[in-house]
Design a binder for this molecule. Sequence first.
Ligand code: FES
Length: 120
Amino acid sequence: MSGSMASHMADNVVRVCAQADIAPETVKAFEVGDNRLAVYNIGGTFYVTDDECTHAAASLAEGMLEGDVIECCVHFGAFDVKTGEVKAPPCAVPLRTYKVVLQGGDVYVDLDKNAAGESA
Ligand code: FES
C-alpha cells in the first residue's frame, strides 16, 4: 500500500499497456516501475503475471502460450496463467499473479493484489 497516496486511492494500481497491444492468445512483457510483467490475452480476457520464470532468469513472454498455460522456453517448466500454479517441472515455486483492472481501453494492475484479489 502506498502511504503517500490520498486515502481513497488505497490500491496500488498502475497502467501496463493498451488492450490493443496484446493480440488474442498471445503474451507480451512490459516494464512497469521496478517490475517486469507479462500480459496475456486469453480469449479476450487479460491476465498479468511476473514475466520472470520462478525457476531461473527467463522471460515467460518468450515462452509458448497454450490455452491457460505458459511454458517457459528455457527448461520447459509451465504455469497456469490464471492462478500462477505450477503445471510442469522443473518449476516448483508458483508464479506471482496480479489483479487486472481494465479501463479506457488500457490494462492496469493492482501491484498489491493477486489475480484472486487477495493481498500479495
Ligand atoms: Fe523457466 Fe527453467 S528458467 S523452466
